[in-house]
Design a protein around this ligand. Structure first.
Ligand SMILES: CC(C)(COP(=O)(O)OP(=O)(O)OC[C@H]1O[C@@H](n2cnc3c(N)ncnc32)[C@H](O)[C@@H]1OP(=O)(O)O)[C@@H](O)C(=O)NCCC(=O)NCCS
Length: 172
């Protein structure tokens, strides 16, 4: 990675940083609606990757989706684990096309995950998103359940339980 990565809690971001983050999310994800600025403010950590000239080239986040959304995703995917144990969602992972294939996304995701050592994390992606699936597997996520429809696409659920979290479970 030749650029510079920053990790910030949303409250510590400037308005310009939050706007730049939202801009890349809208480029990467269809259906990112008017509620996006609020969901960005509610995230736990935002990752920014700037290249020469101060251009924002990649973003990623650890989000804190509400319990209803998590239940819905886990039910649709028929995951046989409790959504309550997966507080964080790794998402909004987007690298502008000119900077792909340089491990930028993997590095941002790895450093985000290091910030929440005690909880389960989930992620969803399209089953044909080869590079995102390689990243998730490299970061110890495992695919669970079955593909489920959302809007006009299929998604699959990936879970990551860090060893400390698993060890804290009753009977572990
Ligand atoms: C998915 C995305 C974030 C990956 O970003 P990136 O910085 O290019 O990813 P990386 O450089 O870290 O590459 C990750 C892995 O995918 C591999 N990869 C990349 N493109 C690939 C392709 N077309 N076919 C197979 N493997 C591919 C890389 O070789 C690497 O695997 P390796 O570590 O085993 O060598 C980027 O393509 C993107 O922004 N896509 C659009 C938004 C998106 O789909 N986000 C994820 C939604 S959940």
């Amino acid at each position: 990675m030749n650029g510079t990565a920053y990790f910030k809690e949303p409250i510590a971001c400037t308005e310009e940083e939050r706007r730049g983050f939202a801009h890349l999310v809208r480029l990467g994800f269809e259906g990112s609606d008017d509620g996006l600025p609020g969901r960005i403010r509610d995230a736990r950590w935002l990752a920014f990757y700037y290249v020469a000239g101060g251009t924002l080239a990649a973003v990623a986040a650890l989000k804190t989706p509400n319990g209803m959304y998590r239940e819905d995703v886990f039910n649709k995917a028929t995951a046989r684990v409790s959504a309550a144990d997966y507080e964080f969602e790794l998402g909004w992972v987007f690298v502008v096309p000119a900077h792909r294939g340089k491990r930028i996304a993997e590095n941002l995701c790895r450093q985000l995950l290091a910030r929440v050592p005690t909880s389960g994390v989930f992620a969803t992606t399209r089953p044909d998103n080869v590079s995102m699936i390689r990243i998730l597997r490299a970061l110890d996520f495992a695919r669970v359940g079955k593909p489920y429809p959302r809007r006009n696409e299929q998604l699959v659920l990936f879970l990551r339980s860090c060893p400390a979290f698993v060890a804290s479970l009753p009977g572990a």
